[in-house]
Design a protein around this ligand. Structure first.
Ligand SMILES: CC(C)(COP(=O)([O-])OP(=O)([O-])OC[C@H]1O[C@@H](n2cnc3c(N)ncnc32)[C@H](O)[C@@H]1OP(=O)([O-])[O-])[C@@H](O)C(=O)NCCC(=O)NCCSC(=O)C[C@@](C)(O)CC(=O)[O-]
Ligand SMILES: NC(=O)C1=CN([C@@H]2O[C@H](COP(=O)(O)OP(=O)(O)OC[C@H]3O[C@@H](n4cnc5c(N)ncnc54)[C@H](O)[C@@H]3O)[C@@H](O)[C@H]2O)C=CC1
Length: 438
């Protein structure tokens, strides 16, 4: 067993030595590989080393850009960080398509964040309600030093409500608090407030006269943490067009296209197997911009999928309809994003991405990211219901297959020519390279 004590205290080089000795038979090519990915600028490398713990090297993902995104009349070039081929092409394709049809509309519907103090209490609910009521001003005064600056920005604590969860778990109550954290995602602000609320509960319980000694002793704080489920931090992205205006290179019959598109979305609305893949397509766009802008993609993913299941069944995030001669396609998405805090002011490429997006406020970024998700979904469904997904996706993936086989420049040219008008498949490319090499 390779159990190691005090690993965190070792230097970066000592950590690498341990790793290579323990798992790679001291193979120095492994060290060379790790170092190949170090940045030659030592200061920049140190910055990256310090983002996380036990850093040994960097792990690159490509950053691409998708131009021609018209959102509420303004044109954006959207930065995307993702490992999957065809996503940036698909986003660009949908952005260009809609730029000629009035662009995307996006609206922030709400911006409320949520946090909970989860606690157990084994006494009278009536007394507990009185206790929390009495503490309302204390929660505010005890967090005044945390909330002062946020309030100056127009944010802060919105409400603190007692929720009775004892029907689901014996003695379980929570303080359900809502917040406006303006341009920050708000995790640290919310958690600091919640931990102070918990301190107030702990300290004040013994002073509350209505409680019996048993009631006082029964109150136990379990934990205080924000929720990544933010159904009231919502943004809507939408497109619409006269059906006849949908005509394009791939859409010869716009009426048939619109009807099939709506059916495809209906299928994702009622069929979970399809809904998950449909929403994965949306997250191709969302995650890529979330990553490029240094936001917390785990928080976004968890919150979005909980939202997709909010009515008890996992379903499509997007919706489409035909009304008269108009095609409409839209999506509401819960997005708790920051344009300050976290990595946003630290990572040089995130700073670059924010500059490219013309220094968005959190509300602007919510709109851009929801639109990127809708665009991606549009491109995928357009392909799925017309040419099929493999034609475009594999065209983009071709270079990855060629690189796996260390294809030379001449081989690449020959393969690209051969597959220019053919649908690419992994086996067809391999067969073709093998024939070339014979
Ligand atoms: C792949 C395309 C875009 C080809 O589409 P196309 O019609 O062959 O493209 P084109 O060569 O005619 O070019 C038209 C425009 O597309 C974009 N475009 C085209 N090629 C490139 C490129 N190389 N690099 C950058 N942008 C590109 C670009 O905007 C370009 O305009 P231009 O720049 O020439 O003025 C199209 O077939 C498409 O959108 N396919 C969908 C691909 C997709 O959704 N990929 C995601 C991965 S699959 C998946 O994970 C999700 C899924 C599908 O399962 C979700 C679901 O099931 O719902
Ligand atoms: N469950 C989760 O999602 C958790 C996430 N995190 C992490 O927390 C980080 C995000 O937390 P934050 O509190 O957003 O970041 P943060 O604490 O780094 O920065 C936010 C702070 O910036 C200041 N600020 C300056 N200008 C502002 C403006 N215009 N609007 C709002 N605030 C402004 C405020 O003091 C605010 O509290 C992310 O890195 C995330 O991964 C941490 C714990 C749990």
């Amino acid at each position: 067993m390779n159990i190691v004590n005090g690993f965190s205290k070792l230097t970066k080089q000592q950590k690498i030595n341990w790793l290579v000795e323990t798992y790679f038979k001291n193979d120095q090519t492994v060290v060379q590989l790790l170092k190949l990915y170090w940045n030659s600028n030592e200061e920049l490398q140190k910055l990256h080393d310090e983002f996380i713990e036990n850093t040994i090297t960097n792990f690159y993902l490509p950053m691409g850009i998708a131009p021609n995104f018209v959102i509420n009349g303004k044109t954006y070039t959207v930065p995307m960080v993702i490992e999957e081929s065809s996503v940036v092409a698909a986003a660009s394709n949908a952005a260009k398509f809609w730029s000629k049809r009035g662009g995307f509309k996006a609206t922030v519907l709400s911006t409320e964040k949520i946090g909970n103090v989860h606690f157990m209490f084994g006494g009278s609910k009536h007394n507990l309600v009185q206790f929390i009521e009495k503490l309302q001003p204390v929660f505010r005064s005890r967090t005044a030093n945390i909330t002062r600056n946020m309030e100056k920005r127009g944010g802060g604590i919105l409400s603190i409500v007692l929720k009775d969860k004892t029907a689901e778990l014996k003695n379980y109550y929570q303080l359900h608090a809502t917040f406006d954290t303006k341009d920050s995602m708000g995790a640290n602000f919310i958690n600091s407030c919640l931990e102070e609320f918990a301190n107030v509960l702990r300290e004040e319980v013994s002073n509350f006269d209505l409680f019996t000694t048993e009631e006082k002793e029964s109150l136990q704080i379990v934990m205080s943490i924000l929720s990544n489920y933010v159904p009231n931090c919502l943004v809507r992205a939408e497109v619409s067009s006269k059906i006849s205006d949908l005509k394009s290179k791939e859409i010869e019959n716009p009426q048939e296209f619109a009807e099939k598109f709506v059916q495809a979305v209906r299928i994702a609305e009622i069929e979970t197997y399809r809904a998950v893949t449909h929403n994965k397509g949306i997250m191709n766009g969302v995650d890529a911009v979330v990553l490029a802008t240094g936001n917390d993609f785990r928080a976004i993913e968890a919150g979005v999928h909980a939202f997709a299941a909010k009515d008890g069944k996992y379903t499509s995030l997007s919706h489409a309809e035909i009304v008269g001669d108009e095609f409409r396609f839209w999506m509401d998405l819960p997005l708790a994003l920051g344009t300050v805090g976290g990595l946003t002011n630290l990572h040089p490429m995130v700073k670059f991405a924010m500059k490219l997006l013309e220094k968005p406020k959190a509300d602007d970024l919510m709109q851009i990211i929801a639109v990127a998700g809708l665009a991606q979904n549009f491109a995928a469904i357009k392909s799925l219901t017309t040419t099929g997904i493999q034609k475009g996706h594999m065209k983009m993936h071709l270079m990855n297959i060629l690189n796996q086989f260390n294809a030379s420049a001449d081989e690449k040219t020959a393969v690209l020519q051969h597959f220019a008008e053919k649908t690419v498949s992994h086996s067809a490319v391999v067969d073709f390279i093998e024939r070339l090499r014979r």
